[in-house]
Design a protein around this ligand. Structure first.
Ligand SMILES: [Cu+2]
Length: 115
């Protein structure tokens, strides 16, 4: 008899919601064959400064209390970001103030670099 108790629980991280469907409905209502607004293909990144509040390496998420971000028209707020590369968690220590870059991803905002 061989006991194998290997059950990967990684699936949970991939079950995040899909909010993109509602948007498609709106597009249908426009009709008239108008061209859809061109989605920005080049990845635009934004610079921000914030304090690390929470990290979840397994989920690949960091919560940052960021200062206002002019390029996004954002006031200061605390919010979660996905983290592009797990290596970046080395620089994301709770309580630390960091300069970071982020971009809009398909499921939210993604931190692409940390200084
Ligand atoms: Cu924000």
């Amino acid at each position: 008899m061989i006991k194998v108790a290997t059950t990967p629980i990684i699936l949970a991280t991939m079950l995040t919601g899909s909010a993109a469907f509602a948007q498609q409905k709106m597009d249908d209502m426009k009709g008239m064959g108008a061209p859809k607004a061109a989605a920005p293909s080049a990845q635009v990144t934004h610079m921000a400064t914030g304090v690390v509040k929470k990290v979840d390496v397994q989920a690949g998420v960091v919560t940052l209390a960021h200062e206002p971000v002019k390029t996004m028209n954002w006031p200061a707020m605390t919010m979660g970001f996905q983290v592009k590369d797990k290596m970046l968690f080395d620089k994301l220590t709770i309580g630390k103030k960091v300069d970071f870059e982020f971009a809009q991803g398909s499921k939210g905002y993604v931190v692409t670099s940390v200084k």
